[in-house]
Write a protein that binds this ligand. Structure first.
Ligand SMILES: *[C@@H]1O[C@H](CO)[C@@H](O)[C@H](O)[C@H]1NC(C)=O
Ligand SMILES: *[C@@H]1O[C@H](CO)[C@@H](O)[C@H](O)[C@H]1NC(C)=O
Ligand SMILES: *[C@@H]1O[C@H](CO)[C@@H](O)[C@H](O)[C@H]1NC(C)=O
Ligand SMILES: *[C@@H]1O[C@H](CO)[C@@H](O)[C@H](O)[C@H]1NC(C)=O
Length: 447
């Protein structure tokens, strides 16, 4: 019998006087015995039958050394070689039929017995781990130490003080009472020797929303110059039940100071690095564990520390500040960059971020060592591509720019022998899939 079931039945017993019985059409199954409680000798064999108006089953899970023999509207439960582990409830219910709603077995739809298997060597029934930690409830908490012998006298003690606690005891359920968070142990005596149970822990009640929490980690700067300070902050929920931990390679944040502050938004953990070195570059992870539920949230941020000796230069040899290209003639502009560390390169056209399309795009690549290149490609230059192009390369604290204006040369009469009217732009074949050189003129541009 599992603990959840046991405590439900237990609470049910406490309020039994208030229950109004709801009668369903079917009468509950019947146990074929006058008794509801059995005391078995260790190693004995036991059998009991249950019958009903439909097929009945003995509720799983059942201990390994049991066997159910099904019959017509009956089910017989056998316990072979009984041990203390067989001490508990055995419930018989109607079998759920196909098409039945998956409803919980109602109280008036089941019948049960309780079995004790007294064992002087195991006066307490071996406990299941999930019963050892009990969430705090103001109207009472169960301490599920059950005994194998129904005649045992049991007391509840606080750990470590040994103080005798007053709580209601039921041999089939254990203790139930108003207890403060803390640790407790049950005690009984066998042949004059006192024997203690495992230790139970009553924990502060967990608010439901705590199952779901967020962790946010941020760096004051994601790129930091060597020698400057930076902070990594992590915001975790408030409460004693949360445990925070910084995770990062050992060489990072060697001289860091850890600070903990509480605000309305949560607990703010700060990792403060007063003087960054390149060793502090890398990923910083903040891990927060909710101790009771075991839930873990992780968030991380990467920081790059660049040395003071950063440099960047752009080499635009061969590109003039005014460049002319022929209409529709594929053209590439290559800018060489010499930089340390790895530069961030961006392109602007007339002061705005340059959209990357099939017709016009940029590509930056690493050549070797500190050398990089960035190439601006115009596949089919049009008049609307005229403008001011600027490349910016940033390395550490250094920045380099180069700007040039591009002008697309108007078509000549040679190129367009049948030119008509004062048209300003041409579309290439790219839009409609026509061959690139058999184009027509219009004013709409390429899309
Ligand atoms: C089941 O138990 C009864 C006594 O309660 C006994 O008479 C019967 O023989 C047992 N049946 C089996 C199959 O062991
Ligand atoms: C019960 O114990 C006896 C003797 O110890 C053994 O022969 C038998 O196989 C056991 N039965 C089961 C079902 O374990
Ligand atoms: C880092 O945190 C400390 C303490 O809160 C603060 O004094 C300092 O200004 C912070 N530094 C940066 C770079 O944000
Ligand atoms: C081109 O743009 C850059 C940056 O937007 C600006 O500094 C520069 O003066 C412009 N050049 C011309 C010729 O407009």
């Amino acid at each position: 019998m599992d603990g959840v079931k046991a405590s439900l039945v237990f609470v049910g017993m406490l309020v039994v006087g208030l229950l109004v019985s709801v009668t369903s059409g079917l009468s509950p199954p019947t146990i074929v015995s006058n008794e509801e409680e059995f005391v078995l000798q260790p190693n004995s064999v036991f059998n009991i039958s249950c019958t009903g108006k439909r097929n009945v089953v003995w509720t799983e899970p059942l201990p390994k050394n049991t066997f159910v023999y099904p019959g017509y509207y009956t089910a017989t439960l056998f316990i072979y070689n009984a041990t203390v582990e067989n001490t508990g409830y055995y419930m018989c219910t109607y079998q759920t039929q196909e098409g039945d709603l998956e409803d919980e077995p109602e109280e008036d739809n089941e019948a049960g017995i309780y079995v004790f298997v007294p064992d002087a060597l195991a006066p307490f029934v071996p406990e299941t781990p999930e019963n050892l930690v009990v969430p705090m409830e103001t109207d009472g908490v169960p301490i599920s130490c059950r005994v194998s012998d129904p005649n045992s006298h049991v007391t509840l003690r606080s750990v470590p003080s040994g103080e005798d606690m007053s709580a209601f005891y039921d041999h089939k359920m254990g203790f139930f009472g108003s207890l403060s968070p803390g640790q407790y142990q049950c005690e009984t005596s066998v042949n004059g020797h006192s024997i203690r149970s495992v230790i139970y822990t009553v924990e502060t009640e967990v608010p439901a929303e705590m199952d779901n929490f967020d962790v946010e980690v941020k760096a004051s700067e994601e790129t930091v110059r060597a020698g400057q300070s930076f902070n990594i902050t992590c915001v975790a929920p408030i409460g004693l039940d949360f445990q925070q931990q910084w995770l990062h390679p050992k060489k990072q944040a060697m001289g860091a100071v850890q600070i903990k502050d509480t605000s309305l938004d949560g607990v703010i953990y700060t990792l403060s690095i007063p003087k960054a070195t390149s060793q502090d570059s890398g990923s910083y992870e903040c891990s927060v564990t909710h101790i009771i539920s075991g839930e873990v949230r992780v968030s991380s941020v990467a920081v790059t520390v660049f040395e003071e000796n950063s440099f960047v230069a752009v080499d635009h040899s061969g590109i003039q500040t005014s460049e002319f290209v022929s209409l529709l003639e594929e053209t590439e502009y290559t800018i060489l960059i010499n930089a340390y560390p790895n530069p961030k390169v961006s392109w602007l056209k007339d002061g705005k971020a340059m959209p990357q399309t099939y017709y016009i795009f940029t590509k930056t690549s690493h050549l070797e060592g500190n050398r990089y290149q960035s190439i601006l490609t115009l596949r089919q230059p049009l008049v609307k591509d005229n403008g001011n192009y600027t490349i910016t390369a940033i390395s550490g604290s250094r920045t380099a720019h180069f700007s040039f204006t591009l002008k697309v040369k108007a078509p000549t009469a040679m190129m367009f022998p049948t030119i008509l009217g004062p048209c300003a732009a041409a579309t290439g074949g790219g839009d409609g899939g026509a061959p690139p050189h058999s184009f027509h003129l219009d004013l709409s541009g390429r899309g």
